[in-house]
Write a protein that binds this ligand. Structure first.
Ligand code: PMV
Length: 333
């Protein structure tokens, strides 16, 4: 692992990273502090949904500060970033503080998680401003410390995150470039509200469900089936395993203690419609993260139909569209 060489005392960087949607989900940690997951996962980066982060690092700064979407953050958001930066300083052995300014291109509070793109962009900018000289693999581990799914927003296109068993071995990498398959994520927004229980807390509850053991028992089978169908562009096989894996994760969520119900009536309605549309020949399937919004994954030829049908459904407030996106990158200051 490259690290701080003690030469630099300040630096500035601007990075951009895309959000991602998981096809095989991450839910539950073997190590909460390092966010080492209990299983590997598969995802696709999402165009248009990204975070832009500018970082100033310096040994002359007196504390970490955060400006989020133009507003100075003081409470939970700042606490999470400071906890992350403390861990990074400890593991990578350097001093100094950060002035972080981050904004999301997708509507704030649209119900789309920003921690994946946010921490990926932050990790990328930290690496540059401090001069850590990390490889892409190492950068994904740095992003993972802030939010597990952020590790998957460092490499481009279609991505796998190896669960690993320590900081260095739990990393993400591209399995196919963004132009490998013309999939589209048509996101049905059911609620724009903030969720009551976020994923960090949720990962800690996963083991309280008796179903988690069953979910993990054959996760490797699903992981390989998903990867295989993705690589061979077999939509039917892909749709089946993606929906199954999402349902399994939500079954664990609903049966944890306390139970987490992310689905809302509108979410269930969309899921039922999507299955119906597929039996009628429209190539579309669904997957949901820790929230009520339904990611309808379809082939680009089906996207206009999926979009217009979703807009007509009761309970759908808005529809966002994203295609596969590339890796995190540096933006000229
Ligand atoms: O990275 P986190 O802690 O926000 O967890 C993400 C959890 C899910 O979005 C529900 C699943 C996933 O693999 O992205």
């Amino acid at each position: 692992m490259e690290g701080y060489d003690g030469m630099q005392h300040s630096g500035t960087a601007h990075a951009r990273a895309f959000s991602n949607i998981a096809f095989i989900k991450y839910w539950g940690n073997q190590d909460h502090r390092l966010r080492l997951p209990v299983s590997s996962s598969v995802s696709m980066n999402l165009s248009g949904l990204y975070s832009d982060t500018v970082v100033e690092w310096g040994t002359h700064l007196e504390q970490d500060t955060l400006v989020l979407n133009g507003k100075v953050a003081t409470s939970e958001a700042l606490k999470r970033i400071v906890t992350y930066l403390d861990l990074v300083r400890e593991l990578y052995k350097f001093d100094g503080y950060f002035a972080v300014s981050s904004s999301n291109t997708f509507p704030t509070g649209a119900g789309i998680a920003s921690s994946a793109s946010g921490f990926a962009a932050l990790a990328f900018a930290i690496n540059q401003s401090v001069g850590l000289q990390l490889s892409e693999r190492e950068l994904s581990t740095l992003a993972r410390l802030g939010s597990g799914s952020a590790s998957r927003s460092i490499p481009g296109g279609f991505v796998q995150w190896h669960q690993g068993n320590d900081h260095a071995s739990s990393y993400a990498e591209t399995i196919a470039p963004m132009d490998h398959w013309d999939l589209v994520d048509v996101i049905a927004i059911i609620s724009k509200g903030h969720k009551a229980v976020g994923s960090t807390e949720g990962h800690g509850l996963a083991a309280t469900s008796v179903l988690q053991e069953g979910r993990l028992k054959d996760v490797d089978v699903r992981f390989h089936r998903c990867k295989q169908s993705l690589l061979s562009r077999d939509f039917d096989a892909f749709a089946e395993v993606v929906e199954y894996d999402s349902n399994l994760m939500h079954a664990v969520m609903m049966t944890s203690s306390p139970p987490l119900f992310y689905w809302q009536p509108g979410s269930v309605h969309v899921m039922q419609q999507v299955r119906q549309w597929r039996t009628e020949g429209l190539e579309v399937c669904f997957t949901l993260d820790a929230g009520p919004n339904v990611h309808c994954i379809c082939l680009s030829a089906a996207a206009p139909q999926v979009q217009s049908r979703l807009r007509e459904l009761e309970g759908v407030m808005d529809v966002l569209v994203a295609t596969p996106a590339g890796a995190a990158y540096s933006v000229e200051l």
